[in-house]
Design a protein around this ligand. Structure first.
Ligand SMILES: [Cu+2]
Length: 147
């Protein structure tokens, strides 16, 4: 719904100023496949999100930032083995190779989501803005589910 309203506002702006929209970030040329986040449990206000990014521009791109509304925070994390212990650490960028894909899956990396203002329930949608190295941006809508 919000997306539709924003599109309507954007369309109104384009009609009013047909020449140029210098403030509008370029399209990243990336398709987001199956974005989802795990429901939160109990009082937890953190969870993990997953998705695949597919390059359709033929040039590739690099995800360098994640932005959420309401003061919540999202980071790209990878999981690494430290002896027998699984640890996670933040990574600054996720590269989508030209014509290829990059995946964040439950057995690999994830989007770490922290500081949620409330629980995430089954069937809800969590929007996260994806920011790329070339300055382009796009919204991804993460379905809230269990797995
Ligand atoms: Cu993490």
């Amino acid at each position: 719904m919000l997306r539709r309203v924003l599109l309507a506002i954007a369309a109104a702006f384009l009609l009013a100023a047909p020449r140029a929209a210098p403030w509008a970030a370029a399209e990243p040329g990336i398709k987001v496949e199956d974005p989802w986040v795990r429901i939160t449990f109990g009082q937890s206000r953190a969870t993990a999100g997953y998705m695949a990014l597919i390059d359709r521009s033929g040039k590739g791109n690099t995800l360098v930032g994640l932005e959420m509304a309401g003061g919540a925070k999202a980071e790209i994390h990878e999981t690494v083995m430290d002896g027998d212990i699984v640890k996670m650490r933040m990574v600054k960028a996720l590269t989508v190779p030209a014509g290829g894909r990059a995946e964040l899956t439950p057995t690999g990396g994830h989007i770490m989501i922290m500081g949620l203002t409330g629980p995430l329930k089954m069937g809800e949608t969590l929007p996260i803005k994806l920011k790329f190295a070339d300055g382009s941006e796009m919204m991804a809508y993460f379905a809230v589910r269990t797995n």
